[in-house]
Design a protein around this ligand. Structure first.
Ligand code: SAH
Length: 337
């Protein structure tokens, strides 16, 4: 049986037409699901009894289960169990501008980035759209607040699960549903070029972030095996194409790893690589984990790196820290469970 949260409104319309119903019922159902947050079809009293019965024969509701919640300062971390027993996690952050959620897109990940905990747990499968949608619904219910921003930056590589992630975005972006504006949604990729190429042809203004982490092929290939398939020059060409096509700024994420990618040399290489590109750089203090040997760059050195970028007119921010206390780095809660 298909999960009702897996359908875009267009698919719901098509389904309704296929069973001889009027397509505008899709609006009533979507509003029932996402505005009123009804969790049975029987509660949708504005549609006929017959249709309610038919819907409950054809679709199911919530299927993921909240297992563990950890609360920290301005951050909550959630562990969920899926129908098949697999576990996924999401992180919720409270900002002055709203609340953002970082959702997982896969169970495990195949990208094997050297510094990342998720990569230690190989990909088991892709998440379906409803499994990501439900992360949002359950957490909103928990905090009794609207989630205003979504980043697809949890466990998994979203462009290795392209169709389901796009379906998820269509569902949460729909004005008759959860209604999260596309400019408030960000997808982060390790640099899968065919995914970026497809993504630039999608409608809407969803933000793109690239996990860069190194300014040259030699180092990047060591840290991120994906770079052996998609080299930096080709990646940068694709990103330029994306920027000019969408007329959007791209974010580059750069984890600061002590003694690995954080010297003046790398800062200057990064300046050269990004000069003239409409972008932000987000310097991320590395979240150390027990199981991996990398260390976080000292603060003064992060600031020095930052200064070099800034003085060369590269828009740069240092990521505010969240979640050290709650295993918030990718995959840590799950790995420790
Ligand atoms: N696969 C996608 C999205 C998931 S990873 C991507 O690579 O972008 C989300 C971000 O968290 C990436 O930038 C990743 O490099 C970073 N990350 C992974 N482990 C981390 C850690 N221990 N500390 C800080 N950032 C980490």
């Amino acid at each position: 049986m298909r999960n009702i949260y897996d359908l875009t409104i267009k698919e719901l319309e098509e389904y309704l037409l296929s069973i001889g119903e009027k397509s505008f019922r899709s609006t009533q159902i979507y509003e029932g699901l996402y505005k009123k947050r009804l969790s049975t079809f029987d509660d949708m009293t504005n549609i006929s009894k017959d249709l309610r019965k038919r819907l409950s024969e054809d679709f199911s509701f919530y299927k993921i289960k909240l297992l563990v919640k950890q609360e920290g300062d301005n951050v909550n971390k959630y562990l969920f169990e899926l129908e098949d027993g697999n576990k996924i996690e999401s992180v919720l952050m409270f900002h002055d501008y709203g609340t953002s959620i970082c959702v997982s897109s896969q169970v495990g990940c195949n990208m094997t980035c050297a510094f990342c905990e998720s990569g230690r747990l190989k990909k088991v499968r892709n998440l379906l759209a409803y499994e990501i949608v439900e992360q949002i619904l359950i957490i909103e219910e928990d905090i009794q607040k609207r989630i205003t921003h979504v980043v697809v930056m949890g466990i998994g590589e979203p462009f290795d699960n392209y169709d389901n992630v796009m379906r998820f975005i269509k569902i949460i972006n729909c004005g008759k549903g959860i209604d999260i504006g596309s400019r408030h949604i960000t997808i982060s990729t390790c640099g899968i070029i065919p995914g970026i190429k497809k993504f630039m042809n999608e409608e809407g203004q969803v933000n793109l972030a690239i996990s860069l982490h190194a300014p040259n092929d030699e180092l990047r290939s060591k840290l991120m095996p994906v770079n052996r398939a998609y080299h930096l020059d080709e990646l940068m060409e694709t990103i330029k194409e994306y920027i000019s096509k969408k007329n959007r700024r791209v974010t580059f994420e750069y984890i600061m790893l002590e003694g690995i990618n954080d010297s003046e040399k790398e800062a200057k290489e990064l300046v050269k690589l990004l000069k003239g590109i409409n972008c932000y750089v987000n310097l991320i203090p590395y979240n150390e984990t027990e199981n991996i040997g990398f260390k976080r760059t000292k603060e003064w050195k992060i600031l020095k790196f930052y200064d070099i970028l800034k003085s060369n007119k590269i828009n740069t921010t240092i990521r505010k820290e969240f979640g050290g206390a709650v295993d918030a780095a990718c995959g840590q809660l799950r790995a420790n469970n």
